[in-house]
Each structure stands twice: as structure tokens, then as C-alpha cells.
Write a protein that binds this ligand. Structure first.
Ligand code: NAI
Length: 718
């Protein structure tokens, strides 16, 4: 029987077990024993009971299941439950005034509020492989339960700043070495962790009770910060980091720990936490935190068995093929890299080696690991090796005829259960699938460049793609440490489709009076990693040119069309690859330099189109670019091309450099207010015409008084 089953329940999520003279309080709030209201109440009640019972000499706090405690229940933030009595501070007070020792028995993880709870205890006993950390900065917060005040008193100021600013956990072994833990035990794997750690903690607690003495941390109120340059720390925070404000606040909190009495330091930390938790940035980062975890979930996948996926073949060793091969090799999977010509394969393999060497030179890979990863990639000119593959990822030229021919050949050679994937960025996956006799096995796996670095993977569901193929690919993406988003088939899927109106507005703004650098500057100031013009130069303007030519026959003639991009391409300027596009580039440099040739070309396009150029504000640039993204996002949602608004946010943050602290374009729309978004789109339609037809879904939500996209039930991706 589990220890929890034998014990007394103090609340729905905490139970009390007696082990002779020691009380063990089991946190039992799956999945991570988050410190929600009932858990806090249970711990408080358990401590009280143990203190009132003369036959109990000490208390152990432990986690049922796989972990000690994953922290606060962030779903309850900004809800009444978050502020229900007792607060973490009340528990901390009980812990610090307890005459009986309290020991945290940590296995799995003690993160955030979980570690803060442990910091309030007299002692910490850990599993060697447990992970202890304060990751609050990742969701735009500082630790709010005393972490910034107690941790420096245990491990010193520098180490505290490193842990809090990076949010990275340390292992139990390290925790014991730096004084964060008082004893560590090497456990025999997760199944035994809790039992072994608790056994040691109970023994440790009994001995501590025999010693008696003040609470160790309550007695250590001085923190020496004299050797730390807080100003330099503040100055070194990357202002573009998603959590820059949280990091800065954390540094100030730790500084306060060195200057203020403990109690005032706690109040200082609490004020910073409260301000951040109410702010848009942290709300956006929390939205993304959940969005990223939601994105890979696939209800239909629950009923299907995953296909075996051990051997992978990549077709094409170009820009994408190389990055995709590295992604699989990095995840420990053998890859066959198939090319049609020796020169291309030599180039590809040389690039892979160079990429790994750069990683190794940064100390992130040992020489042995480098060779091991390279050895996983087998280059070949032999197409028929695909017969041995469980998954084939086609990454050859973006040409429908070539792709169809390749899929015809794959159909003949591949084994029956193999998954046949295309990395196309815009072509119709259904048409490609129809070239085979097994369209259920065909799927789009749209990696982003550089594929070995970018976390996003659009998993493109064709109309015939089998649920088990989808589920297998979603799981595979997570094995590659990517964030998969399931999308439907349409021109450009989610991400590239939204770029079309975004780039369209950028082109219009150029004609109306803005310069490329002004457009880029406004959007990078907004937080985009890169402006649209610089992005077009990086991606290669020829690619979009080809798409525009392909789509020209279906373009409605009455709609305004900017010729700027086409005319730049007609000059043979395709962006960085030709050292000239919207900008010019010095040889070997990626720094965009404004080019008077382009200014003249834009002015001429405006003249030909009869547009009077005017002063354009940064605010107008941002508004038009963002509303274009949002309006297209709403159409995508309504058509079922994306399943959730939050999936679109994940795509934009992880694939297109949208600022995470704004939550993604759809969440950003909610922070603006959907009603205001619609009103501004209608005003733009008034001014600029039919391109600004509001998405019907947006109009409907506003008419129904909805403030959030989530009021649309999750839709099935078509
Ligand atoms: P690339 O031109 O760099 O590489 C294509 C490679 O495929 C060349 O090395 C070529 O020799 C090889 N190839 C052509 N026919 C072949 C065949 N029959 N068998 C084996 N190898 C063959 O192209 P890139 O940029 O890597 O793009 C590949 C695919 O990925 C395209 O469909 C593209 O739309 C898509 N994609 C590209 C992105 C990018 O940023 N470059 C981003 C996402 C998708």
C-alpha cells in the first residue's frame, strides 16, 4: 500500500503519516504537487497537528508521486485561490518558529515555490539526481515566497544570482556541495526515490530533534554582498531577453537581501512579485508557458499506437536537409542523408562538421560527442536506402513536379509502415500525398531555418493523414526537443500564410512614405527579433517572388498590389545571398546597409501607382503590421488551419521572432482588446480599402461580447 493510502487526509491534496515519533506530510497534488490553496492549507494544518502532538519530535515534508514540489499553482495566479489563507508566507512563519525540526525530503524536483517551501524548512535532504531551482524568471516573475532572501543566506549572493537569473536548476548532488542541501542520497531510480529520500529524511530529522537548536536560517540574518557589483549585473542583462524586467527585479531583490533587515527584504520581494504578476509581460509569458505545453496535445492520438521510429532518411543535403539531419543526430538517432550529386553531399557534410565545430568551440560539445554525432549521419547517393527508413523527410527544391516525382519513387521503395514527410514551406501536401498510393502515410514536417536551432515544427496534416502518423510525428518532435504545432493544409500553412499580409502592409508602407530601415526599426522596437525587410533579405527574396508569380493568376485584380518587392528582384537583388535586396551588404557581412538605389526605386513605384508619399510614424507601422497578422490569424483559426489561437502564438514566437513577452500575435490582440482591434481594422478598411476586410470570426466574437479567442471551441485541423 502506498504511504499516502495509510495516512490521514488533512486536505484534498495533503495527508499526514506517522512514522513513530516523526510526522510525514505528503503533498499529493498531481501532476507536480503544486502549492494551490488546498495544498497550502493541508501543510499548515499538518504542521499545527504535529506541533500540538507531544509524541511527535519532528516533521518531514515529502512529495507523493514523481516529485517533491513543482512550485506555485500558476493556474491560480490572479484568482482568489492564489490569495486564500494560508499564504506561503504563513507557512514559512510556522516553519521558522517551529521548535521541532522540519526537514524537506526532495526527490524529482523542487522548483520555484517548491524550493522556497524547502528553504523555509530547517533542513533539506535530497536525491542526488533531484533538480532544485528557482525558474520564475522564465515566466517573467521573481521568486515571491522568500527565495531571493533565503537562498543567498544559504549559498551566497553570486550563486543565488546565477540560479535566479538563469532559472536553471542544480542537481541534488550540487545542492549538497554548495550548502543548499544538508544530505544527499543516491537513489535507485525514480520508483524508489521518494521512499529512500524520506527514509533518510526521517532519520536526519530524529537526530536533529535530539540536538535541538534555533532554526538555522532564522538565525542567519546577515548576508554579505560587498564583493558583488550589482550595477554591473543590472547592466549586463540583455534588454532584448524575454524576461529582462524580471531578471532586473530579481537582482534588486537579492541586493535588498544584502541591505535590508530580513523582514523588509521579504516585503521588498513581495512588492516586486506582485507588480510583475499583474503586468502584461508575465501574463504573456505564462500564456506561452501553457500554450507550448498544450500545442503537442492531440486528442485523437490517445487512441492510437505510435509507429516505430528508429531510422530516418533525409532527402536533400541543402540548407534545410543539413539542419534536419543534425536535429535527428542530436537526438541520438541514425540518419541517412540522401543526395543526387556528390558535390552537394560534400558541401552538406562539410557544413554539418563546421556547425558542430562551432558548437564545440563554445564548449557545448566535446570532441568525442562531435565525432559521435557526425557518425550518426550517413551520406549517400543511393536513393534506395530509404527502404530501411521508418521516416523519410524530403527537403529537396521547392518544386511541385520534383516533389511529386520523389513521392512516387518513395511509394515504390519504402516499407509499408514508413512515414513519408515533406518539408515544403508552401506547396499543397494533399497534392504531394496524391502522388502516392498511401496518402494516409504522408505528412508535412515544416522545419524552420536553421533547422538544428529553431524550436518550431509545423506538423502539417493532409486530408488523408492517419492519426497514428500525426501522433508519431508530434511525439518525434518532442524527442528532437522541438515544439510541434499541428496545422492544416493551405497556402503557407500558419506561419508563412500570415507573413503574406504582414509583408503586404510593409510594401504598402514603403510606397506611402516609409523607408525599409524605418519599417524594420519600428518593428524591432516593438520587440520583433528582426524587421520584415531584413527578414525578407535573409530568407531570400527570390523565394517569395516565385510564390507571387505562382499565385499571380489567382490574385484579385481590384486589390492594391505593391510592386516594390518584384522590382527589387528584377534587379537580381535577392537579399543577403546576392549581397543586395532591400538593403545592400558588404562582402561577408550580414549587416544591412540602407541603399539610395532602393529609396529611388520605392519613390518611383509610388509615383507609378499615383501614391503621394507622406511622413509615416512608427506607431502606424506597428499597428498595420500587427493588425495584418491578427486578422489573418483569425481567419486561420476560423478555417481550422490552426486548432487554437495559442498554437498560432507558439508558431509566431518560436518561428518568426515575435516577442515572447507580448505572448504572440493572438494574445497581443487580447491585451489590446478584441473590440479595439476590430474598430481599428474597420478604420483601416475605410482608409485603405478591401484588404482590410475584418475576419468574420473577429467580428462575431466582438458582436457576442467575447474578450478572448478561447471562446472559440478548439477546432479540428482540416
Ligand atoms: P536547397 O536548394 O538549399 O537544397 C535542396 C537540396 O536538394 C540540394 O542540395 C539538391 O541537390 C537536393 N536535391 C534536389 N533534388 C534531389 C533529389 N531528387 N534527391 C536528393 N536530393 C535532391 O533548398 P532548401 O532551402 O534546403 O529547401 C528545401 C525544402 O525545404 C524546400 O521545399 C523549401 O521550400 C523548404 N524549406 C526551406 C526553408 C528555408 O528557409 N530555406 C524553410 C522551410 C522549408
Amino acid at each position: 500500500m502506498s504511504p499516502v493510502a495509510e495516512s490521514l487526509r488533512l486536505s484534498p491534496t495533503v495527508s499526514y503519516e506517522r512514522q513513530a515519533d516523526i510526522a510525514v506530510l505528503w503533498l499529493d497534488n498531481p501532476p507536480v504537487n503544486g502549492l494551490g490553496d488546498t495544498t497550502r492549507a493541508g501543510i499548515h494544518a499538518g504542521l499545527k497537528q504535529a506541533l500540538e502532538d507531544d509524541s511527535i519530535v519532528g516533521v518531514v515534508l515529502a512529495g507523493a508521486g514523481k516529485v517533491f514540489c513543482g512550485g506555485a499553482d500558476i493556474r491560480q495566479f490572479n484568482t482568489p485561490a492564489a490569495t486564500a489563507w494560508p499564504l506561503s508566507a504563513n507557512i514559512q512563519q510556522c516553519l521558522e518558529t517551529s521548535p521541532k525540526p522540519v526537514v524537506a525530503a526532495i526527490h524529482g524536483v523542487a522548483l520555484g515555490g517548491g524550493l522556497e517551501l524547502a528553504l523555509g524548512c530547517h533542513y533539506r535532504v535530497v536525491a542526488g539526481d533531484a533538480r532544485l531551482g528557482l525558474p520564475e524568471v522564465n515566466i517573467g516573475l521573481v521568486p515571491g515566497g522568500g527565495g531571493t532572501q533565503r537562498l543567498p543566506r544559504l549559498v551566497g549572493v553570486e550563486r543565488t544570482l546565477d540560479m535566479i537569473q538563469t532559472g536553471a536548476p542544480v542537481t541534488g548532488k550540487v545542492a549538497a556541495a554548495i550548502g543548499l542541501a544538508d544530505a544527499a542520497v543516491d537513489t535507485n531510480g525514480p520508483a524508489h526515490d521518494a521512499v529512500e529520500v524520506v527514509a533518510l529524511a526521517v532519520e536526519f530529522c530524529r537526530q536533529a530533534a535530539a540536538r535541538t537548536g534555533p532554526h538555522p536560517l532564522a538565525a542567519a540574518r546577515e548576508v554579505n554582498g560587498s564583493c558583488v557589483d550589482f550595477e554591473a549585473r543590472l547592466g549586463a542583462v540583455n534588454r532584448k531577453a524575454r524576461n529582462a524586467r524580471a531578471q532586473q527585479a530579481a537582482i534588486l531583490c537579492v541586493k535588498a537581501a544584502t541591505q535590508l533587515p530580513f523582514i523588509d527584504g521579504l516585503a521588498f520581494e513581495r512588492e516586486r512579485f506582485d507588480a510583475l504578476v499583474r503586468g502584461t509581460e508575465s501574463k504573456s509569458l505564462r500564456h506561452l508557458f501553457f500554450a507550448e505545453r498544450e500545442a503537442p496535445k492531440f486528442a485523437e492520438g490517445a487512441e492510437v499506437a505510435l509507429r516505430a521510429l528508429d531510422r530516418v532518411a533525409i532527402l536533400g543535403a541543402g540548407t534545410m536537409g543539413v539542419g534536419i539531419a543534425m536535429s535527428f543526430a542530436n537526438a541520438g538517432m541514425p540518419v541517412m542523408l540522401v543526395e543526387r550529386e556528390q558535390a552537394a553531399i560534400d558541401r552538406g557534410m562539410a557544413l554539418i562538421r563546421r556547425n558542430y565545430e562551432v558548437t564545440a568551440s563554445k564548449g557545448k560539445l566535446t570532441a568525442a560527442q562531435l565525432e559521435e554525432r557526425l557518425a550518426r549521419i550517413t551520406p549517400t547517393l543511393e536513393f534506395d536506402v530509404v527502404a530501411a527508413a521508418d521516416l523519410v523527410v524530403e527537403a529537396v527544391f521547392e518544386d511541385l513536379a520534383i516533389k511529386k516525382e520523389i513521392f512516387r519513387r518513395l511509394d515504390k521503395v519504402c516499407r509499408p509502415s514508413a512515414i513519408l514527410a515533406t518539408n515544403t514551406s508552401r506547396l499543397d501536401v494533399n497534392v504531394i500525398a496524391a502522388a502516392t498510393s498511401r496518402p494516409g502515410d504522408v505528412i508535412g514536417l515544416h522545419f524552420f531555418s536553421p533547422a538544428n536551432v529553431m524550436k518550431l515544427l509545423e506538423v502539417v496534416r493532409g486530408k488523408a493523414t492517419s492519426p497514428d502518423v500525426i501522433a508519431t510525428c508530434l511525439a518525434m518532435a518532442q524527442r528532437l526537443q522541438k515544439i510541434p504545432v499541428l496545422v492544416g493544409v493551405c497556402e503557407g500553412f500558419v506561419g508563412n500564410r500570415m507573413l503574406t499580409p504582414y509583408w503586404r502592409e510593409a510594401g504598402f508602407l514603403l510606397e506611402e512614405g516609409a523607408s525599409p530601415q524605418q519599417v524594420d526599426r519600428a518593428l524591432t522596437d516593438f520587440g520583433m527579433a528582426m524587421g520584415p525587410m531584413a527578414m525578407a533579405d535573409l530568407a531570400g527574396m527570390d523565394i517569395n517572388w516565385a510564390t507571387r508569380k505562382r499565385l499571380a493568376p489567382t490574385r484579385p485584380a481590384h486589390l492594391r498590389y505593391s510592386t516594390v518587392a518584384d522590382r527589387i528582384c528584377e534587379l537580381g537583388r535577392f537579399g543577403q545571398k546576392t549581397s543586395a535586396g532591400y538593403y545592400r551588404y558588404e562582402p561577408g557581412s550580414r549587416t544591412p546597409i540602407p541603399d539610395p538605389v532602393i529609396d529611388a526605386l520605392i519613390a518611383d513605384c509610388a509615383r507609378v501607382a499615383g501614391i503621394a508619399r507622406r511622413e509615416i510614424s512608427g506607431q502606424e507601422i506597428v499597428e498595420r503590421a500587427m493588425l495584418a497578422l491578427i486578422n489573418e490569424g483569425a481567419r486561420i483559426l476560423e478555417e481550422g488551419i490552426a486548432r487554437r489561437a495559442s498554437d498560432i502564438d507558439v508558431v509566431y514566437v518560436h518561428g518568426y521572432g515575435f516577442p515572447a513577452w507580448r505572448g504572440g500575435p493572438m494574445f497581443y490582440a487580447e491585451t489590446l482588446g478584441l473590440e479595439k482591434v476590430l474598430a481599428r481594422i474597420l478604420a483601416l478598411r475605410e482608409q485603405h480599402g478591401a484588404h482590410w476586410e475584418p475576419a468574420p470570426l473577429l467580428a462575431r466574437l466582438v458582436a457576442g461580447g467575447a474578450g478572448s479567442w478561447s471562446e472559440v471551441p478548439a477546432v479540428q485541423v482540416k
